[in-house]
Design a protein around this ligand. Structure first.
Ligand code: GLA
Length: 399
């Protein structure tokens, strides 16, 4: 998304040049799913798809928001132009922001203001014009991109001096409390902290992180993202139910979070859960998934990149059978890709639709893409959208 176009859009809309232009990316998660709200490990990387924001400060307690995307810039997008403010922008008063009162995409940027003000930061308003190339509802974190781009812009303009991880925490709070979606910290940290050419190995307990070089092209491989076009929404109940089930498991086992159940103590922990069948499945997924992230990191760091394929595929089976958040389209991508020679494949993101990732030899990527398209057509599913993902930059100021 070109900075100049967004800058021009801002100028047309608000009648002045913006003070600056910022961008934040969507993400795919390589491995480590539904571990982040269990204080566990994740390994996302940033996509080249970004949300770009042109922003100027205001001093009158007013927030004006406009998105160039008619389909919106976030998962619940689409109703940006309803509030009837000048130029089609939505106009909100900062002192009237109330958690869980907004079901539109505007809740994400408004939530960032709300969280900053709640934390005592002196933000007094802004004019914002946004444009996004992050697919919405595809499990690629369009919401986090939207939150983080706004938070970074405000951090710069208001000279708040917050570090990236602090911005991520504030954005998570915006999403949890203001938007009302009980998500973890992965997506916001990915948008804020990822770097080009790397996957981000993140410990979600203390947000310590390591940038893991991830250059598949140099090794003759590709990572495909297959958007199933089945949209998902995290404010829906299923995500929250899984989270509550994990918290119940931790409580029954007497630990702060499932992260504290060691992999080699898993069988004993499962035995202690007795006939809590559903909780046992959730616990097994989280504990084995944390272990898979650690395995993937050590394989990548020892240069054995191809060997992460089966780890990804195991992760999918665990999400499908234990966590039970896959679906027919996601399973079809994974099964078809593996039959067509993929090194590994799994669903990525929150589940119930969204996207799958496929690790493949570069020479097989096209045949795999075609095989998945053919399988979707044969099953009568909407045609999927496939693109190659190369680790891109995290949030930054463009102008
Ligand atoms: C969504 C949430 C994240 C994380 C993933 C699952 O993307 O926003 O916090 O829980 O689902 O790994």
């Amino acid at each position: 998304m070109g900075a100049q176009r967004v800058r021009d859009g801002f100028a047309r809309l608000y009648g002045a040049e913006p003070e600056g232009v910022w961008s934040a990316p969507g993400r795919v998660n390589l491995i480590g799913e539904h571990t982040d709200y269990n204080d566990g490990f994740v390994m996302p990387f940033a996509l080249p798809h970004t949300t770009v924001a042109a922003v100027s400060r205001r001093t009158d307690g007013v927030l004006r928001l406009h998105s160039a995307n008619t389909a919106g810039a976030a998962d619940t997008a689409g109703a940006a132009d309803t509030a009837g403010a000048a130029g089609g922008a939505v106009e909100l008063r900062l002192d009237a922001l109330v958690p869980e009162s907004d079901r539109n995409w505007t809740a994400y940027p408004a939530g960032v203001f709300w969280a900053l003000r709640e934390a005592g930061h002196p933000v007094t308003g802004a004019d914002i014009h946004l444009a996004s190339t992050v697919p919405t509802g595809a499990g690629l974190s369009s919401s986090a991109a939207l939150e983080v781009v706004v938070a970074l812009a405000l951090n710069d303009l208001y000279e708040l001096g917050l570090q990236r991880w602090q911005l991520a925490r504030l954005c998570q709070r915006a999403e949890n409390v203001y938007v009302g979606a009980p998500t973890g910290i992965m997506d916001q940290t990915a948008a804020a902290c990822c770097t080009e050419g790397h996957a981000l190995f993140l410990d979600t307990r203390d947000l310590s992180q390591r940038q893991i070089p991830f250059d598949l092209a140099a090794e003759g491989m590709r990572l495909l993202v297959v958007d199933t076009r089945v949209t998902h929404a995290h404010s829906d109940g299923e995500y929250g139910k899984r989270r509550a089930g994990c918290e119940k498991g931790a409580a029954l086992l007497g630990v702060d979070a499932l992260r504290d159940v060691p992999y080699d103590g898993l069988d004993a922990a499962l035995a202690r859960l007795g006939d809590e069948e559903e909780v046992r499945r959730l616990v097994r997924h989280v504990v084995t998934e944390d272990h898979r992230v650690e395995r993937a990191v050590s394989l990548l760091e020892s240069g054995d990149t191809r060997a992460i394929g089966p780890v990804l595929t195991e992760g999918h089976a665990s999400l499908r059978d234990d966590f039970r958040i896959s679906g027919p389209e996601l399973d079809l991508v994974v099964d078809t890709a593996l039959e067509a020679g993929a090194l590994g494949a799994r669903m990525t993101g929150g589940g119930f639709g969204g996207s799958a990732i496929v690790l493949a030899e570069a020479s097989d990527a096209e045949a795999i893409t075609k095989a998945v398209e053919a399988a979707f057509a044969a099953a009568g599913f909407t045609a999927p959208r496939t693109f190659e993902a190369v680790p891109a930059a995290g949030a930054r100021r463009l102008v």
